[in-house]
Design a protein. Structure first.
Length: 504
């Protein structure tokens, strides 16, 4: 039965894989732009307080937009198939989506207006810039919420690439141009911040133009369509969606806000740069995760544990190997990183180490969160998310005052170990699924040895040092993958690469 269902899915899976490849390509180009912008140019052009300002404003706006969305994106993901009817404006879906989005934004706006005087006063001493530009935050919340609802609408209309292209590439390109404009003196900092905020609206405006062109930007009635049973499902999914949304940004936004609260904008800026390096580890994991979702969902539908176990193991070993390669590359080039950055950023070294470990823990468990959230025990995932959010906030409150930005990174590691560990244990207890084999241990030991060997290379001029050190690591890692047969997928990829090179 599974085979029949699976092969019926092949056209859809082909679409998903094609869009994932395109999305990954755009994300990778965006990473390059982001790296040039945030990791190289910004520390040389802006003060740490100025970097902290834009990063903390985005972090606060992201948190509020997740709350303000009222979990409707989760409703869209699960229930849009019931609304789908292109000839009838999808039974008023867009009207409902905008009604809920506007309602959520008004709630956030009221809260911000009431809290803003206290917020401005509390930041006057440690984060004066944030107090000066605080009223841009409501505007950012609105732009982020608008993009989120439109991007999700595009995804359920089978265009998952447009949002990735606009947010990960186009927006970063615009911001890079703004950074260069500030550097060459075409604009001052206040104009830069204003244009930075306005730029956040551009992806949403382009999506609206795209939807108008496709004839999908239509507002129709929905009251007669929504039954009491559908309303109950929407309410339940909304609650889960708020929790899921907050947990997804817990390590990327809540910590920045708390670092600013305890340590000030300068440290928040340094922390943001350090976290960016550590987050590079998760880029391949995000791409692999997108591919896993439809396969795992169909396998659960047919109760095919063999397929689920295979996806679980392969996603685990592949993500661990790629994550370890990136992590050891960052660690081995740590001195080079801080040769590029201004001296004050050296305090971010331990942040890269601990936050990188947190991301490695997440990557090593593969598709565990996807498997649990699509299973019959999906509610357990909600409870784990609540625990995760509580641990993130509590550990940051304890460790940031004691250890500064290093404490925030350690809090991230503790939170991720608990969250991922409980998810892995749950899958073992409920379904007998387990991702780890002896190969995982070999991968970790090999990585430690490779790092020690790379650290023996004498320091050279910056570019040559990065190239030689990185080349040694990649070649050694490739040898380990081939010698110990660590991964069929990576081994096949390396063999194909070797054949292409030998032809030339």
């Amino acid at each position: 039965m599974y085979k029949n269902n699976f092969f019926n899915l092949i056209p859809v899976l082909g679409l998903i894989q094609r869009q994932t490849i395109k999305g990954t390509a755009y994300s990778f180009m965006g990473v390059i732009l982001g790296f040039i912008n945030l990791a190289i140019l910004s520390p040389l052009i802006f003060t740490s307080d100025q970097i902290g300002l834009t990063q903390v404003m985005i972090a606060i706006a992201t948190i509020l937009s997740q709350i303000g969305s009222l979990g409707f994106n989760n409703v869209t993901n699960r229930l849009f198939p019931y609304f789908r009817s292109s000839g009838e404006g999808h039974n008023g879906y867009l009207s409902l989506a905008f009604l809920i989005t506007v309602t959520g934004f008004i709630i956030c706006l009221i809260g911000l207006v009431l809290y803003m005087p206290s917020f401005i006063e509390s930041n006057q001493e440690k984060s004066e810039l944030l107090s000066d530009y605080a009223w841009y935050i409501p505007v950012l919340v609105g732009f982020i919420m608008l993009f989120s609802v439109l991007d999700n609408y595009c995804k359920v209309l089978f265009n998952a690439v447009l949002g990735t292209l606009l947010h990960d590439f186009v927006l970063r390109l615009i911001i890079l141009l703004l950074v260069l404009s500030f550097y060459f003196g075409f604009i001052d900092f206040s104009t830069y911040v204003l244009l930075f905020v306005i730029a956040q609206a551009i992806p949403a405006l382009i999506i609206i133009i795209y939807l108008l062109y496709r004839g999908e930007f239509r507002f129709t009635g929905f009251r007669g369509f929504i039954t009491p049973d559908l309303r109950r499902q929407m309410l339940s999914l909304s609650v889960f969606g708020i929790i899921a949304g907050l947990s997804s940004i817990a390590l990327t936004s809540i910590d920045k806000y708390m670092v600013n609260s305890f340590e000030g904008l300068g440290d928040a800026g340094i922390y943001s740069i350090a976290v960016y390096f550590a987050t590079l580890i998760l880029i391949p994991a995000r791409s692999l995760g997108k591919i896993a979702v439809p396969i795992v969902s169909e396998a659960w539908k047919s109760d095919d544990r063999k397929v689920i176990q295979e996806v679980y193991y392969k996603s685990s070993i592949n993500q661990l190997l790629i994550g370890l390669l990136i992590y050891v590359g960052i660690l081995a080039n740590m001195n080079n990183i801080f040769r590029i950055l201004p001296p004050e950023y050296a305090k971010g070294e331990m942040v890269i180490i601990f936050f990188g470990l947190a991301n490695l823990v997440s990557a090593s468990a593969g598709a565990c969160k996807i498997i649990l959230s699509t299973s019959s025990h999906y509610r357990y995932q909600t409870y784990l998310m609540i625990v995760f959010i509580i641990v993130v906030i509590a550990s940051n409150m304890v460790l940031i005052p004691a250890m500064g930005i290093t404490g925030a990174a350690i809090a991230a590691l503790i939170s991720m170990v608990i969250y991922t560990g409980l998810t892995v244990i749950a899958l073992w207890q409920f379904f007998g699924l387990w991702p780890f084999l002896f190969k995982h241990l070999i991968a970790i030991i090999s990585t430690i040895i490779i790092y020690l060997l790379a650290s023996l290379i004498p320091e050279m001029s910056l570019i040559i040092d990065i190239l030689i050190r990185s080349m040694v690591i990649v070649l050694a890692f490739g040898a380990v993958v081939m010698l110990f047969d660590m991964s069929e997928d990576l081994k096949a990829m390396l063999n194909n690469l070797r054949k292409k090179i030998s032809k030339h």
